[in-house]
Write a protein that binds this ligand. Structure first.
Ligand code: KG4
Ligand code: ZN
Length: 368
């Protein structure tokens, strides 16, 4: 063993939505990255009775849990704060109360232990995950699909992302969650719809495939959700409510529509990407919705049809976690990029700052 090999160890902290998470990732030069600990406190039960994430409840729970979860991650790694090279934290985009809780916690730890602080864009965490799990080289194409985000990116470096297209309204995760609510299925909606769809007929309902008739790889999911609302209301009017079969058929038909849209738009994004980077034929997917089995299958087929490598990280690294933040921190650290105590928590933080705003992003500018 080479004792001179350089080792970098980073603590990552994530609190931008409803998961309080801390992780330690280590890279020993020449080796695969190692996730030494990855801890998550999921706030699901705190929010479930409200049918969605309540920002104030989330922020308070993050503030209460962060210290414990960091301690737990360090204990599992058998490390002390002094053994770390830096502390990375999600500094946006996300629910601002939670992001502030994480940034304050990281600032306190960094100041107390005299360690560098690194603010990470949550979306960069998702987008860089294939390098943590599969050591993929830059550049690569990434489809980032989560509860709040949906975009195609050419990942050129740890700090250079080119957006090829994005949703003009809802994110697919948002659509899964809203449709689950319409069908009286539990939250988060994605996994619930996936299970319900297993016994359903995906051809029972003809839901729209929005924006497929338009060029490019922008997407839209809000019309699909409205079509589901209409189908469900019709059933309620006709038969007084939904049977289990109706739930399954709608779930399967909705999931199929999402898959069709993602397949076709990814096909187009891939063509654009391959023109720009013919020597790196890689497509990857990340974010909570990337844990959907059917979506993974369809994208994997698309990759096969185009002789392109397909990378889908394990499900626990697709949904929100702190290992991806620690890893993104590690990538920044080795580029010499760190922050200081003026690091700001940002509710909105586009990954590709040069991309023109997508219509429908609201008054305050693009979130991502
Ligand atoms: O990346 P993530 O954990 O948090 C955000 O940054 O948004 O994604 C959460 C989203 C939720 O909308 C959830 O319903 C969706 O990912 N999701 C799924 C599945 N598992 C989680 N959507 C479809 N199928 C799944 N199996
Ligand atoms: Zn996320």
């Amino acid at each position: 063993m080479n004792n001179m090999a350089k080792t970098i160890t980073i603590l990552g902290i994530e609190s931008s939505c409803d998961d309080t998470a801390a992780a330690v990732v280590r890279l020993c030069e020449g080796d695969q990255p190692l996730i030494m600990a990855s801890k998550i406190f999921c706030q699901e039960t705190l929010h479930s009775k409200f049918g969605g994430v309540v920002p104030e409840i989330a922020a308070r729970a993050h503030a209460e849990k962060l210290d414990y979860i960091v301690e737990d991650a360090l204990k599992t790694s058998n490390l002390d704060l002094k053994d770390l090279d830096a502390i990375a934290v999600t500094a946006g985009p996300g629910l601002i109360g939670g992001v502030i809780s994480g940034v304050m916690c990281a600032k306190g730890l960094a100041a107390g232990a005299n360690k560098p602080l690194i603010g990470i864009n949550h979306l960069a965490g998702h987008a860089l995950t294939p390098r943590l799990t599969d050591s993929v080289e830059f550049p690569y194409l990434m489809l980032l699909i989560s509860g709040g985000h949906c975009q195609f990116l050419i990942v050129k470096s740890a700090v250079n992302f080119q957006r090829l297209g994005a949703t003009i309204d809802d994110a697919p995760g948002e659509a899964f969650d809203k449709v689950a609510r319409l069908l009286s299925l539990p939250q988060p909606g994605g996994p619930a719809i996936q299970v319900s769809a297993q016994t359903g007929n995906s051809k029972a309902y003809k839901f729209p495939r929005p924006l497929l008739d338009r060029d490019g790889c922008n997407m839209s999911f809000s019309g699909l959700k409205t079509a589901v609302l209409r189908a469900r209301n019709k059933l309620v009017d006709e038969q007084g409510g939904l049977f289990k079969k109706d739930q399954s058929d709608i779930s399967a038909s909705f999931q199929e529509a999402i898959c069709d849209v993602l397949y076709e738009k990814t096909r187009r994004a891939l063509a654009t990407y391959l023109e720009a980077a013919p020597n790196n034929p890689v497509i990857s997917v990340s974010g909570g919705v990337a844990s959907n089995i059917l979506i993974r299958q369809r994208l994997s087929n698309l990759a096969k049809e185009n002789s392109v490598q397909f990378i889908a990280p394990p499900i626990n690294l697709c949904t929100d976690n702190a290992a991806m933040i620690a890893w993104a921190g590690l990538e920044h650290f080795r580029l010499g990029i760190t922050d200081d105590m003026y690091l700001k928590a940002r509710p909105r933080w586009p990954l590709d700052q040069s991309a023109s705003p997508i219509i429908g992003h609201g008054k305050k500018g693009p979130k991502s």
